[in-house]
Design a protein around this ligand. Structure first.
Ligand code: GRF
Length: 196
């Protein structure tokens, strides 16, 4: 069983989908820690409900990213975390975590990367009047949504779509895709396979 940490900043519907997949035994993992940089975020309630430990912090209380990532690293090591799963964590991962977990950090992004990286990918797709967007799971490097792509799934954009309706369909795909891709990655690691 893989010991993972989920990093999130918001509602945590992907945290929930991963936890549900674990409970349903379709994902052989344990969320040993939630890391959250927004102490009031709804994902913390989800963690409490699920009985998952969390580490939450105000980034502004630290002078530098190195300082708060050093604290995060301490929390990860104390729990022997093997893998980091970003699920709506709204900041770039810095050199402290990358050095320790390179090739073992993944992210989910609501577009078909490299299209629409960064913030508000759904708004960007609507603004561009794109006919299709989707979901990407990728390894994390020091850039903004630039790491090697692991899996993608398209979502068609309808003329009548609003941000809400498109987000709903994209998130439905995320919740199915992310746990499945994680299980595939963990299976491949068992037989000595993939790396970034
Ligand atoms: C998701 O759409 C994910 O792709 C993006 O942030 C959003 C997080 O949603 N990185 P939630 O907090 O998991 O509901």
């Amino acid at each position: 069983m893989k010991k993972i940490a989920v990093f999130a900043s918001g509602s945590g519907s992907n945290f929930q989908a991963i936890n549900d997949a674990i409970n349903e035994k379709s994902l052989d993992a344990e969320i040993s820690l939630l890391v959250c940089d927004k102490p009031g975020a709804y994902v913390i309630e989800r963690a409490e409900e699920a009985g998952v430990e969390y580490f939450t912090f105000f980034p502004k209380q630290y002078e530098t990213k190195v300082e708060f990532e050093t604290e995060i690293l301490k929390q990860l090591k104390a729990r022997d975390i093997e893998f980091i799963v970003l699920a709506g964590y709204m900041r770039l991962i810095g050199c402290t975590l990358l050095a320790e977990y390179d090739g073992r950090i993944v992210n989910i992004h609501p577009s078909l990367l490299p299209a629409f990286p960064g913030k508000d990918a759904i708004g960007q797709a609507l603004e561009a009047q794109a006919g299709v967007s989707g979901v990407t799971v990728h390894y994390v490097d020091s850039g903004m949504d630039t790491g090697p792509i692991i899996a993608q799934k398209a979502v068609m954009i309808k003329k009548e779509d609003t941000r809400e309706t498109l987000q709903q369909r994209i998130q439905k795909v995320e919740h199915e895709l992310y746990p499945r891709v994680l299980q595939d990655l963990f299976n491949q690691e068992k037989v000595g396979g993939v790396q970034s």
